[in-house]
Design a protein. Structure first.
Length: 761
């Protein structure tokens, strides 16, 4: 069986650029507006990188990155992205961009735009989005074109539209006699050549396999064209759809792939054929000698003027996109079976760049210059485009590189798969990389950003070297969710460098983190040893309050945390630490306890503050009238708080002139009272108070304050021991003789104090 692969098979330049961009840009917070290309397998690979596909711009968050596919979008999308701060990576095909400019300019001039294409195709939707005047879309030559009569018409095409159908539609438009018609044949020149190659291959084949996404417009057109010339045309999404039984009796089988079909899908179909038939001979179709340069625009035509074929662009004008260079045509030669297997033929034909290796250094000659970059020639193969982003210059200038045509430059192969990608910038990076690797081998730390992961660990890139960090070397302990490390910066040290089969650095972040932790712990231990050597119980130290808890405050003293317990903050006791200390302020403390073994130091604040009784003599003296609050009542009296930490005792006999069985009959806890200081002993921390001393005596009432038991000369009168209910001062004195209080061995008032003192008050 003879298998012939069509010329210009697989990705076109615009699609390849879009796919390569989607597979290389950072995936985090990046989105694709619409299906990247009409190929399900490729789209799934893009999604697998973590780049989701959205159908509406509203689904893209503000500030995100948006990748615009090769089909292009309307003008409103760019304007909305600018307003919302969305970064745009524009992969619109150069031919599509050219068509968009035609629509925009024609619309601005008030002309009617007519487009040959499918109204629901994303490219056509995008073209319509650049117009603000009348736009009509025609998919067939049978449609009604009378809407264009007597109008100034600009007619163009979807870039992947059928060339034959475009010409027929253009002819029918002229028949309705518009006022004027300008015709722009904006079909991509590679689309035209692919369609012609498919037709020629179908005429020469017993069966044709058309490979590509089932929703791909350009691929379906190739199948439609092939079906006009061959009775056996099989549409394949990928190799899974291939059935060898359908072609096993064919002598010649043609292979056609659309512009959105990756080479590896075609290669898989060929391999599957080779597996079923070891005698399969694969060759590439010899391209026709045609001038396929793109056309900038067509001249205006009168209503009766025929549609003109595309003219070659003038030499001084840049074509919308540089045509992909094809290998010089060679007559296919059949290799002897013993020297070359069918599988070898598949690989040789599908991978034109297999003689290159990734990382290989080349010296190449500059042969031409475009807006996209420069074309170079090397190794006798086809010219290769070096994108301007890969040239070693601060800012690309077409004129500057045009002056270098014929000169040689050093480049590196950064991707050996077709189409080969070369970089001049990488050569400089390699030299810098060699110096860096020398330091890395000597143990110097280096940093990379994690770009992926697998079961074993994390992956990254350092120049031309791949970097692998085993899971156990990420940090101490097991890392469960490796996917969350993607996009994060890694600080690494080399464990091993492999250069045999591929350039790879095995590295560890754990050794850095553990070394830093050990250094921190050693420094901490050294500081602690110095601290404990310098501190003793009884020292007065200054510290800063760092944080507080319910049980105390942690205070930094020379960088070491010491605890000031809440009970050591005030002599009078506090409920909250912040009632005494303020976070962030510095205070003086006294060292109370040092526990070197457990690394604990206790300090006190109140120990440096005066106790309330130490200064009480400055505020209280016998005979003073004081104000206080009843805080505790006992059978023999009541304790009155004069201030925090200082209480005075009012004996039951000093509450009132009336006889009291229990102090609670006259006082309540919380009651505020005035009293007179009867006795003050600061050393014993005791104050004796009297409330009744500030009250009038009952026996003075009605007699001008004179003592009822005494005559005018002051002599005591005889006591009345009769049945009278009136009580005299002597009655109170007699009862007082037997009332004495004490608590804890201290009597606040003695019997002598309680007898005969009324006259002295």
């Amino acid at each position: 069986m003879r298998v012939v692969v069509a010329a210009n098979c697989g990705f076109c330049t615009g699609v390849r650029r879009a796919v390569e961009t989607a597979m290389s840009v950072p995936a985090q917070n990046t989105y694709v507006l619409g299906e990247l290309i009409h190929n399900e397998d490729v789209t799934q690979r893009v999604r697998a990188r973590g780049i989701p596909t959205v159908e509406r711009l509203e689904e893209v968050p503000d500030g995100a990155t948006l990748l615009i596919r090769s089909h292009g979008v309307g003008k409103a999308v760019y304007e909305s992205c600018a307003r919302r701060g969305i970064r745009v990576i524009d992969c619109t095909c150069a031919f599509v961009r050219h068509a968009q400019r035609i629509v925009e300019e024609a619309s601005a001039a008030g002309k009617t735009v007519a487009i040959a294409g499918h109204a629901q195709h994303p490219e056509v939707i995008g073209l319509v989005g650049w117009a603000n005047s009348e736009v009509y879309v025609f998919a067939s030559e049978q449609e009604d074109f009378s809407v264009l009569r007597r109008k100034e018409v600009v007619f163009l095409s979807q870039t992947t539209f059928s060339e034959q159908r475009f010409l027929k539609i253009a002819e029918n438009i002229q028949k309705v006699r518009p006022k004027t018609v300008e015709i722009f044949k904006t079909i991509c020149y590679t689309t035209v050549s692919r369609q012609r190659a498919a037709a020629r291959l179908a005429r020469e084949s017993d069966a044709v396999l058309v490979i590509g996404g089932l929703n791909s417009s350009n691929t379906n057109k190739l199948a439609e064209i092939a079906a006009q010339y061959c009775g056996r045309v099989y549409r394949l999404k990928n190799a899974d759809d291939f059935d060898y039984e359908k072609v096993k009796f064919c002598k010649r089988v043609g292979i056609v792939a659309g512009a959105s079909t990756p080479d590896w899908q075609t290669s898989e179909v060929l391999r599957k054929m080779a597996e079923n038939n070891a005698e399969v001979q694969v060759e590439t179709q010899v391209p026709e000698e045609t001038a396929a340069a793109p056309v900038a625009e067509e001249p205006a035509a009168t209503p009766d003027a025929p549609v003109q074929e595309p003219q070659e662009a003038p030499a001084q004008e840049a074509a919308p996109v540089a045509p992909e260079a094809e290998p010089a045509p060679e007559q296919p030669q059949e290799a002897p079976a013993e020297e070359k297997s069918a599988m070898d033929a598949v690989i040789a034909e599908m991978d034109k760049s297999s003689h290159y290796k990734r990382g290989q250094l080349l010296t190449v000659k500059i042969v031409s210059v475009t807006d996209e970059g420069i074309y170079v020639s090397g190794s006798g193969k086809a010219d290769i485009l070096i994108d301007k982003s890969e040239l070693d210059c601060d800012e690309y200038s077409r004129e500057a590189y045009a002056a270098k045509i014929g000169e040689y430059i050093d480049v590196m192969v950064v991707d050996a798969k077709a189409p080969v990608k070369l970089s001049e910038k990488q050569v400089r990076k390699v030299k810098e990389e060699e110096a860096l690797l020398k330091d890395i081998e000597e143990g110097k730390e280096f940093s990379v950003v994690c770009t992926g992961f697998n079961k074993g660990g994390l992956t990254a890139e350092l120049g031309t070297y791949s970097v692998f960090v085993p899971a156990r070397e990420i940090r101490s302990g097991f890392v469960r969710e490796l996917d969350k490390m993607v996009g994060k910066k890694l600080r690494l040290k080399m464990l091993e460098i492999r250069r045999e089969r591929r350039k790879e650095i095995i590295a560890s972040q754990r050794v850095i983190l553990e070394a830093e932790k050990a250094a921190r712990e050693a420094a901490k231990a050294e500081r602690e040893a110095a601290f404990f050597d310098s501190i003793q119980v009884g020292d007065i130290v200054e510290g800063k309050v760092e944080r507080v808890t319910s049980f105390g405050a942690f205070v930094s003293v020379n960088g070491f945390d010491c605890l000031a317990h809440i009970s050591d903050l005030s002599w009078t006791g506090v409920k909250e630490v912040t009632d005494v200390l303020e976070i962030g302020k510095r205070y003086q403390f006294k060292v109370l306890k040092v526990d070197r073994d457990n690394k604990k130091v206790s300090i006190g604040y109140k120990q440096l503050q005066p106790r309330p009784w130490d200064t009480a003599a400055e505020r209280y003296a016998e005979g003073d009238i004081v104000h206080g609050k009843v805080v505790r009542i006992v059978p023999f009296g009541a304790f009155v708080e004069l201030e925090k930490g200082i209480d005075g005792l009012v004996h039951v006999s000093q509450i009132t002139h009336e006889w009291l069985e229990n102090p609670t009959s006259a006082l309540t806890i919380g009651q505020e009272i005035d009293a007179k200081v009867l006795a003050f002993d600061p050393e014993a921390h005791k104050i004796t108070l009297s409330i009744k001393a500030l009250q009038p005596r009952p026996w003075d009432e009605g007699r001008g304050g004179r003592d009822r038991d005494r005559d005018e000369e002051g002599e005591r009168r005889p006591r009345n021991r009769g049945k009278s209910n009136r009580r005299t001062a002597s009655d109170y004195a007699d009862e007082a003789e037997y009332r004495e209080w004490s608590e804890g061995g201290f009597g606040g008032a003695s019997i002598a104090d309680l007898l005969g003192n009324d006259d002295n008050k």
